[in-house]
Design a protein around this ligand. Structure first.
Ligand code: NAD
Length: 280
């Protein structure tokens, strides 16, 4: 089984660079999907309260027989819980749903700059959660440079990661460089743009030449750029395909050709205007 490299976060915690994402996996199917991923060698799972499937992740981890500290689990604070007291309670619920005594990484899912709670208050609650010792690292998701600068100016703890949309059609090189300058690891969500980049002729030509699949070429590009990725799939064949990234390399020209596909195209919302809060 291939060894997945780890990256070291700015507080010394190690994170496997490749994981398994569970967005859009129905709750009733999540335990089986995560069990398959763990069998294939994945040791990093990315979930969120918003996905409604934390319980399934926890069940699969518990049933796997693998030591808890060998599996890195991330979850995220949902948009309705940005107020301090709500955030503290939401973290407790996430731990209870996972059935864990600690979480590896907890993220603010979206900055929500237009709602009536300032994300600086939310981040201060995250600092309290971190100080409480039941979460090994805290970070943010979908933060742009100006959101991060406010945290740097007004709070104490530096986020360990920034989880943002990144793929060949949205290379995000400016924000990734900003993250890196500030010792923040970039995690690339929707790393294959939910499949939209896989038919691109530049990508299929590289894949054909190397005898790899388009998904493997794109995921390998992310890994060589130093980002963390956690592609989602419900099929064990694709999970295995997406895990087989560590026995080949892309040359400088192929790396540049993928990066040159950037056209600033999002598959998801723009963090500056996304202010959606689930009801109830
Ligand atoms: P993705 O880029 O991982 O693509 C998933 C889609 O591609 C699925 O439909 C799957 O069937 C298909 N696919 C997977 N492997 C394939 C392969 N080898 N060949 C062909 N098709 C394949 O998209 P995603 O699920 O949106 O993103 C991955 C993870 O990122 C999520 O599961 C979640 O954990 C995280 N995420 C976070 C945010 C956020 O706001 N923080 C937003 C979206 C996703």
């Amino acid at each position: 089984m291939a060894t997945v490299p780890t990256l070291t976060l700015n507080n010394g915690v190690e994170i496997p660079q490749l994981g398994f994402g569970v967005y859009q996996i129905p709750p009733a199917e999540t335990a089986d999907a995560v069990a398959t991923a763990l069998d294939l060698g994945y040791r990093h799972i990315d979930t969120a309260e918003m996905y409604g499937n934390e319980k399934g992740v926890g069940q699969a981890v518990a049933r796997s027989g693998i030591e808890r500290d060998e599996i890195f689990v991330t979850s995220k604070l949902n948009n309705g819980f940005h107020r301090r007291e709500d955030a503290l309670r939401a973290f407790d619920r996430t731990l209870a749903d996972l059935g864990f005594d600690h979480l590896d990484l907890f993220l603010v899912h979206w900055p929500l700059p237009g709602i009536d709670v300032d994300y600086v208050e939310t981040w201060k609650a995250m600092e309290e959660i971190y100080a409480g010792g039941r979460c090994r690292a805290i970070g943010v998701s979908n933060f742009r440079e100006h959101h991060l600068r406010r945290l740097f100016g007004e709070t104490e703890v530096r986020p360990t990661v920034n989880q943002i949309e990144v793929h060949p059609y949205l290379a995000q090189d400016d924000l990734r460089a900003f993250d890196a300058e500030h010792q923040i690891v970039t995690e690339a969500w929707s790393p294959i743009a939910q499949g939209k980049v896989l038919g691109d002729p530049v990508i299929t030509a590289i894949a054909d030449r190397l005898g790899r699949t388009p998904a493997q070429v794109v995921l390998r590009w992310h890994v060589q750029r130093g980002d963390v990725v956690f592609p989602k799939s419900s099929s064990s064949e694709r999970m295995a395909e997406n895990f087989a990234l560590f026995d080949f390399e892309l040359g400088t020209e192929d790396m540049a050709a993928l990066t040159a596909l950037d056209r600033g195209e999002r598959t998801g919302p723009d963090p500056d205007t996304f202010n959606w809060v689930p009801r109830g």
